[in-house]
Design a protein around this ligand. Structure first.
Ligand code: ADP
Ligand code: MG
Length: 366
């Protein structure tokens, strides 16, 4: 299994234009593409932390560019029978849903509609090139994992049972969701109708629980079945809009939120462990430790995984951004304690908390 971990920094929104930006992308040497994200140390803003990725997409990056660079190249592998998995990871408000779903306008469409469009197009081309000998069929499942329970998003929320759908281990070692619905999809229009309906189900269900859809993982599975005479080749593309990675305990410590936040933290932690293990080439991938990674058989199949870390460049996200960088960066902090523009003040006013009188405090140049 191969894995790519990339970061995407979103632009400032209209209402944020007067805010500071503290996250920036950088490159290892001039002429190379960006692969580094830089962010100040919140404890000492004179220091900057750097995190390395396989690629970093800065603010002007269009939906089309991201798709062309990170998803399109894997369509061929999907049609060769490999599974392709794409995650959006990050704090709520950083652009996960924008990246995966996107807007309605053509240019604003995200990874998911572009992926489906690419699959349909390639399927039609193969049928044409083989004079109908090979056919490609597409079917969809769409579900969410909320508090470690699985709910079908292609079914109306009224049909949900509190326990959610059970998992079942198949003879081939794979784990499947028992009773998950699967709908055939002929073309992009078919897909969009289903997808819009299902996303409405997600919001309704969350509202009923007095929760927010950012607290569940939404998983779209596209099953591709290619048939040539009696031979059948099956592969899956999964696109996952993960629950917000922020520390919910900091903002809201109600009991329900604590349960949610424990479930979210656990599954995101296991996901990051799996990604680390895969990128190190480990034999043992701890995918059994959470439902999400179990259902996706992460690391157990031959295939390609792309993790997109979404980042908002704002100071108000500082700590959460840092923790999401720590979790998803392959090389962790590569150049910890890179110091820029440092001035050392010997005399510190007593009012400054956390610094002993007469101690040395480091302050950034302003
Ligand atoms: P999340 O799903 O991570 O909570 P959203 O995708 O809802 O975040 O993004 C938060 C806001 O930022 C939305 O208004 C979205 O339209 C906007 N946004 C995110 N990424 C971009 C981008 N690359 N370009 C323009 N707007 C963006
Ligand atoms: Mg979202």
């Amino acid at each position: 299994m191969s894995i790519r971990v990339v970061a995407r920094i979103r632009p400032l929104l209209e209402k944020e234009l007067d805010k500071d930006m503290i996250v920036r992308s950088d490159r290892v040497e001039p002429g190379k593409p960006d692969t580094i994200v830089k962010i100040p140390n919140p404890k000492n803003e004179a220091e900057e932390f750097s995190f390395a990725f396989n690629g970093v997409y800065d603010q002007p990056t269009s939906q089309e560019t991201l798709f062309t660079c990170e998803v399109q190249p894997h369509l061929k592998s999907l049609f060769q029978g490999y599974d392709v998995t794409i995650f959006a990871y990050g704090v709520t408000g950083t652009g996960k849903t924008h990246t995966m779903r996107g807007g309605l306008k053509l240019a604003e469409r995200g990874v998911i509609p572009r992926l489906l469009s690419g699959i349909f197009r390639r399927g039609r081309k193969i049928a044409k090139d083989t004079a109908g000998q090979t056919t490609a069929r597409v079917s969809l499942s769409y579900y969410e994992i909320y508090n470690d329970k699985v709910f079908d998003l292609l079914e109306p929320p009224e049909k949900r049972t509190p326990a959610g759908l059970p998992l079942r281990a198949e003879a081939n070692g794979r784990t499947v969701v028992a009773g998950l619905s699967e709908r055939a999809c002929e073309d992009l229009r078919d897909f969009e109708k289903l997808y819009i309906e299902a996303n409405a189900n997600r919001v309704t269900a969350a509202t009923k629980l007095n929760a927010h859809s950012s607290r569940s993982h939404a998983i779209l599975r596209v099953k591709l079945t290619q048939t040539t005479g009696g031979a059948v080749l099956e592969s899956t593309a999964s696109a996952i809009d993960l629950a917000g990675s922020e520390d919910n305990r900091r903002t809201d410590n109600g009991k329900e939120r604590l349960v949610e936040s424990a479930a979210i933290n656990k599954s995101l932690f296991v996901l990051s462990q799996c990604i680390d293990a895969i990128s190190r080439g480990d034999k043992r991938i701890p995918y059994r430790e959470s439902k999400m990674t179990r259902i996706l058989s992460l690391g157990q199949n031959k295939g390609i995984t792309v993790m997109i870390l979404n980042l908002a460049p704002l100071r108000s996200y500082h700590l959460d951004t840092l923790s999401s960088l720590n979790v998803s960066s392959r090389a962790k902090r590569i150049e910890v304690r890179e110091i820029e523009n440092e001035v050392v003040f010997k005399q510190v006013p007593r009012a400054n908390p956390g610094v002993a009188p007469g101690g040395i405090a480091r302050q950034p140049l302003r």
